[in-house]
Design a protein around this ligand. Structure first.
Ligand SMILES: NC(=O)c1ccc[n+]([C@@H]2O[C@H](COP(=O)([O-])OP(=O)(O)OC[C@H]3O[C@@H](n4cnc5c(N)ncnc54)[C@H](O)[C@@H]3O)[C@@H](O)[C@H]2O)c1
Ligand SMILES: O=C(O)C[C@H](O)C(=O)O
Length: 308
């Protein structure tokens, strides 16, 4: 199983590291446009192999896509991250051109590759890959909900003073500061609804903190986060590589599900060897439906900025 990670920056390197440590892929190729950068990251990571106990072979490439040939899965992390005070949507001007070129180059050498889009604004970048490559929708997956759900569980555990392993919960909708829809009414601690443990006000605070999770970290770090994003991507790559049939909220092209069409937005899907094997259309409350509709309107507005 060969995996390519485009972008050897913070998220790309973290993603490659977690994939290697989990030791399910035979080969990871990291590619970056910056001369020598991917090769350096790959060599540094390979020098952790004997310490961390993995056999995955990691190599680097400076913009040579021939080295990515016959990849099963490719992760696109290339592009600029936001700085404190910015929204993800403001990155579209630079990142759209990068994502378009990168996805086209990947497909020249790996025509059957499954693409995971990470670069922001992620839902719109996922839509762009659909519109410009024309490959089947099961092979284009946007990563956002897996990360947002991990942050939701972190905030729920914090509020309940509970171990995170007790918590289950999911965030759907657009991967933006205002567009995320944390499903507080569905979240549980060991099968008991979290509303049994937390007041409505505290639950609202958890949802609000979850939605600005990326912005909070960007303010603290001066650039956006990488550990949890890298871990989220690696879990999705593993689900596909190992045909796990696991459920993650992912950005996917909708054809009527959730009452939405011609939009990529976060909804629960099953990930297995074919990529997105099923979209799960769960019943939402009227309030959640209204939030999802508003979120979709935001993503559609950003999609309108694309030059297709
Ligand atoms: N979807 C999510 O949940 C999520 C999470 C974290 C970050 N992100 C996004 O991921 C992107 C990367 O973030 P980062 O922190 O790793 O940034 P970074 O600046 O650390 O790394 C980006 C890398 O992309 C490379 N690059 C630029 N153009 C390229 C091209 N044409 N081909 C190959 N490589 C190219 C750069 O040289 C750089 O090394 C950003 O857009 C960020 O907003 C998304
Ligand atoms: O917040 C960002 O800009 C990066 C990423 O989308 C995140 O949620 O960490």
């Amino acid at each position: 199983m060969k995996v390519t990670v485009v972008g050897a920056g913070a998220v790309g390197a973290s993603c490659a590291e977690y994939i290697a440590i989990k030791d399910f892929a035979s080969e990871v190729v990291i590619l970056d446009i910056k001369e020598g950068y991917a090769e350096g990251k790959a060599m540094d990571l390979m020098q952790t192999a004997s310490l961390m106990g993995f056999d995955t072979k990691i190599s680097g490439s400076t913009n040579d896509y021939a080295k990515t040939a016959d990849s099963h899965i490719a992760v696109i992390t290339s592009g600029i991250p936001r700085k404190p005070g910015m929204t993800r949507e403001e990155l579209i001007g630079i990142n759209a051109g990068i994502v378009k070129t990168v996805s086209s180059n990947l497909l020249k050498h790996s025509p059957n590759v499954i693409i995971i889009v990470v670069s922001n604004p992620m839902d719109t970048m996922t839509y762009l890959v659909h519109k410009t490559t024309g490959i089947p929708k099961n092979r284009i997956i946007g990563m956002g909900g897996a990360l947002d759900s991990a942050r939701f569980k972190y905030r729920l555990a914090e509020a309940m003073e509970a171990p995170i392993s007790d918590i289950d919960g999911m965030v759907i909708g657009g991967h933006s500061d205002t567009g995320m829809v944390p499903l507080t009414s569905h979240a549980t601690r060991n099968s008991i609804r979290v509303s049994e443990f937390l007041s409505a006000d505290r639950l609202q605070q958890v949802a609000d903190d979850t939605k600005v999770g990326g912005a909070t970290l960007t303010k603290l770090l001066g650039t956006s986060a990488w550990y949890a994003p890298g871990a989220a991507v690696s879990s999705m790559v593993q689900a596909i590589a190992c045909d796990q049939k696991k459920m993650f909220p992912c950005s996917t092209m909708l054809d009527g599900e959730y009452g939405l069409n011609d939009i990529c937005i976060g909804v629960p899907v099953i990930l297995g060897k074919d990529g997105i094997e099923k979209i799960i259309d769960i019943p939402l409350s009227d309030a959640e439906k209204a939030k999802m509709k508003e979120s979709a309107a935001g993503v559609t507005k950003t999609n309108g900025l694309l030059e297709l």
